[in-house]
Design a protein around this ligand. Structure first.
Ligand code: SF4
Length: 314
C-alpha cells in the first residue's frame, strides 16, 4: 500500500465572527426571546447565508425595503448601517426600529457628516451597491463621491483649492485602499485623512492572519463565508495577491476535493460573518480525507460592543 502523504490543515485565529456581527446577531436573538414574531429585519442582518437561514427558520422576516413592513411593527436595521432617509421612513411608518449598525460603521457615518458640514468635498472609498456604502452615501446625498479604484481618483471633478477629505468602507482590503489613498494624496496634497484607518480591526486582523498562513507556506486557502460578504471575498483576494489560490465556501458542502488533490498544506479561515460551527464542519469533512489540523494563532481579540440602548432597557 502506498504511504499516506502527510497533509497539514492550518486553521488560523482570529477568524470568523467579529464584535459587530456578534452584536447584530444578539440583537435579533434578544428580540426573538423578548417579543417573539413577527420580527422584521431590513436586509440581511449580516452577510451570511447560514445566519440568515437560521433566523428565517425561527420566524424572522427579512425585507429589502421598509414598505414591506406593516405599520407599527418592529424592524431591525442590519450591521451595515442605514441612511437617515431610512430612519425617517421608519419613523413615518410608525415602526419601532432597533439599530444593529456596527459602531465602527457609525463612526464612518459620523466622519462623513463632520466633513460635509465643514463644506469639504467628501470622497468615500468603497464598493458601489454594498449595503454599507449605500447607508454611508445616504448621509449626504449628492455630496459624497464614491471611488472604487485608482482610475476613479483621476475622474474626480472638484473646484480648485477645495478641501478634500476621505473615508473608507470598513471591510476593504488594506492593500486595495493603500493604492487609492496614495492616488488621492498625489492629486490633493492637502487631503484630510481619517485619524485612524476606517478599515476595522476585525478586517485588518483577519487579513493579517491570512498573510501569516501564506508565510507558513500554504498551497491553497479555504475561506468560509458567503459570496455576499465583502470581508470574506477580501480574504480570498489577500491570498490571491500573494499568488496562493483561494476558494470561498459557504460550508463543507462546497469543498471541491479535486482542487485539493496532491496538496500537502492547506489554510482555513472564515470571514467576519461566518459562524464557527461551519468552520468546524469543514475541519471535520477534511479530517475524513486525512487532513491533520494545526491551529495558528496570530493574536487574541477581545473587542465587545454594547447592545443598542433601546434593547437593553426593555
Ligand atoms: S467587520 Fe468590522 S465593521 Fe463590519 S461588523 Fe464586523 S467589526 Fe463591524
Amino acid at each position: 500500500m502506498p504511504e499516506q502523504v502527510r497533509k497539514k490543515l492550518f486553521t488560523v485565529n482570529p477568524r470568523g465572527f467579529c464584535a459587530g456581527v456578534e452584536r447584530a446577531i444578539e440583537v435579533v436573538d434578544r428580540l426573538l426571546r423578548q417579543q417573539g414574531t413577527p420580527l422584521y429585519v431590513r436586509k440581511e442582518i449580516v452577510h451570511n447565508k447560514a445566519v440568515v437561514e437560521d433566523f428565517r427558520s425561527r420566524g424572522v422576516i427579512f425585507v429589502n425595503e421598509l414598505e414591506e413592513v406593516p405599520h407599527g411593527q418592529t424592524v431591525v436595521f442590519s450591521a451595515h448601517g442605514v441612511s437617515p432617509a431610512v430612519r425617517e421612513e421608519a419613523a413615518g411608518r410608525n415602526l419601532t426600529s432597533v439599530d444593529a449598525t456596527c459602531p465602527l460603521v457609525t463612526k464612518v457615518h459620523n466622519e462623513v457628516i463632520h466633513h460635509v458640514e465643514a463644506e469639504r468635498e467628501m470622497v468615500l472609498i468603497g464598493h458601489a451597491g454594498h449595503d454599507e456604502v449605500l447607508g454611508t452615501m445616504g448621509e449626504a446625498p449628492g455630496r459624497i463621491s464614491l471611488v472604487t479604484n485608482i482610475e476613479d481618483v483621476a475622474k474626480l471633478e472638484f473646484e480648485p483649492g477645495q478641501n478634500v477629505a476621505y473615508a473608507t468602507q470598513t471591510t476593504l482590503s488594506v492593500d486595495e485602499t493603500r493604492g487609492i489613498v496614495q492616488a488621492l494624496r498625489e492629486r490633493f496634497p492637502n487631503l484630510i485623512e481619517p485619524e485612524k484607518s476606517d478599515i476595522c480591526y476585525a478586517t485588518q486582523n483577519r487579513q493579517d492572519a491570512v498573510k501569516t498562513l501564506v508565510e507558513n507556506g500554504i498551497q491553497h486557502l479555504l475561506v468560509v463565508g458567503s459570496s455576499s460578504s465583502s470581508n470574506s471575498r477580501r480574504l480570498c483576494e489577500v491570498a490571491l495577491n500573494l499568488n496562493v489560490p483561494a476558494t470561498l465556501i459557504d460550508g463543507p458542502e462546497d469543498i471541491d476535493l479535486s482542487v485539493l488533490k496532491g496538496l500537502s498544506t492547506l489554510g482555513l479561515t472564515a470571514g467576519a460573518s461566518a459562524p464557527e460551527h461551519l468552520v468546524q464542519a469543514v475541519v471535520e469533512t477534511l479530517a475524513e480525507t486525512h487532513w491533520e489540523v494545526e491551529e495558528v494563532v496570530t493574536l487574541e481579540e477581545n473587542v465587545k460592543f454594547k447592545l443598542p440602548s433601546n434593547l437593553i432597557d426593555r
